[in-house]
Design a binder for this molecule. Sequence first.
Ligand code: NIG
Ligand code: FE
Length: 398
Amino acid sequence: MSLLLTGIAELTTNDPARGDGHADRGDALLGVVRDAALVVSADGLVEWVGPADEAPDADTRRDLGGRAVIPGFVDSHTHLVFAGDRSAEFAARMTGTPYDGGGIAVSVAATRAASDDELRALVAARVAEMRAQGTTTVEIKSGYGLTLDDELRSLRIAREVTSHTTFLGAHVVPPEYASDRAAYVDLVTGPMLDAVTADGPTSLAESIDVFCEPHSAHAFDGDEARTILEAGRAAGLALRVHGNQLGPGPGVRLACELGARSVDHCTFLDDADVEALAAARGTTVATLLPGVEFSTRSPYPDGRALIDAGVDVALASDCNPGTCYSSSIPFAIALAVREMGMTPAEALHAATAVSARSLGLDRRIAPGQPAELAVIDAPSHLHLAYRAGVPIVRALDL
Ligand code: NIG
Ligand code: FE
C-alpha cells in the first residue's frame, strides 16, 4: 500500500535540484520544500515529493500535524560492539585526567568476556536508542576484540544490524602484544584481514580503519597505519582513519593520500592538513565528532574554517565507551552549531548528506530513494540545535 504523508511544514530533501531558487543559503543547501507532501511506495521507496497542494493520491495517508521532516541521520562513525563500563574514566577526565587511549584495554577485556548474546543485546539496545533520536543508518566498527576470533565475532554481530561494518583490528595494540608491536601489525594485515575477507572482500566488513595517533602509546604511528591501510585496500576494503585526535600528526594527510573515504576526529589540524583535505574534496570527507571533544575536554575543531576552505565536512557521534558514550546526533549538531561555527543547515547536511557520502550512500529525499526519514516535533530543522537536549526528533516508522 502506498502512503501519502501530509502536514509537513518543512521538508529537507538534500536535493540540489530543489535548492535552486532559494534566497536563504541554508534552505538552498538543504533543498527545503515548505508545506510539503511525500508519497512512499509499498516497498519503502520515495515515489513523489513536492508541495502539498500538488500531491497525487495514494492508498493511505498520514497527517504529520505541521512537523518538519528530514532525512534520517547517517551516523558514519560508531563503536557499538562493546561490553563493560568506563564511567569512572569519564568522571576522572572531567576533573583533569587526560585521555590517552589506555582505557580501551578495559573495554577489550570486558568484550572478550561477554557472550555473543550479551553483545548482541547491547548492540540492539544502542541501535534502538539511536533510532529513537533520528538515526536511520549506522556504521559500526569492530576494535574491542583484538584477537582473530573476537574481531570476527564483533563484525558478525555488527553485520546483523548494518551492512556498514568496519574492521578496526588496528584500534590499539592489545596488552599481550605490547612488547612486539610489529607482530600485532602482522596479525592484523595477515591472518585477521584474510579471515575478514575470506568469503569475499566485503562479506563481513565494508571498510578498514586504523587509530593513527603517535600521541598515544597504544595506537599506531604513520608508518604502521600506512601498512595497515595499504593491506586493507589491497584486500578490497574502503579506507577510514582515526586521525589527528590527540595532537597534530600524519593521519589526515595519509588518509587523503590513500584516498580514504573519511578521516575522523580532525581535532588538531595544521594548514597543510586543511589543504590536503580541500584537495581531496569529493573523495575524502573530514568527519568531525564533537561529542568526543565534549567528553574528553578537548578543544573543538574549527568546522567553519574547514567548510570555508572547501572541505567536505561530516558529523557523526563516535558512540563508544571511552571518548564519547553519546549516541545522539542531535547533540553533535547542537555542539557543531554552538562550538564549531557551523550553521544549523550545514550541521544537518553534514549529519545526513555528507556522512552518507562517506559510506558510499546518497541521502536525498527524492523519487527512487529509500524513504529513510526522521520527524521533528517542531516546524523547522532549526529546532534541532535550538532545543538542545530535548527529545524532539525520532526516526519515522512507516
Ligand atoms: O574514536 N580514538 C580511538 N577510538 C575511540 C575511542 C575508543 C575508546 O576509548 O574506547 C575514538 O575516540
Ligand atoms: Fe572512533
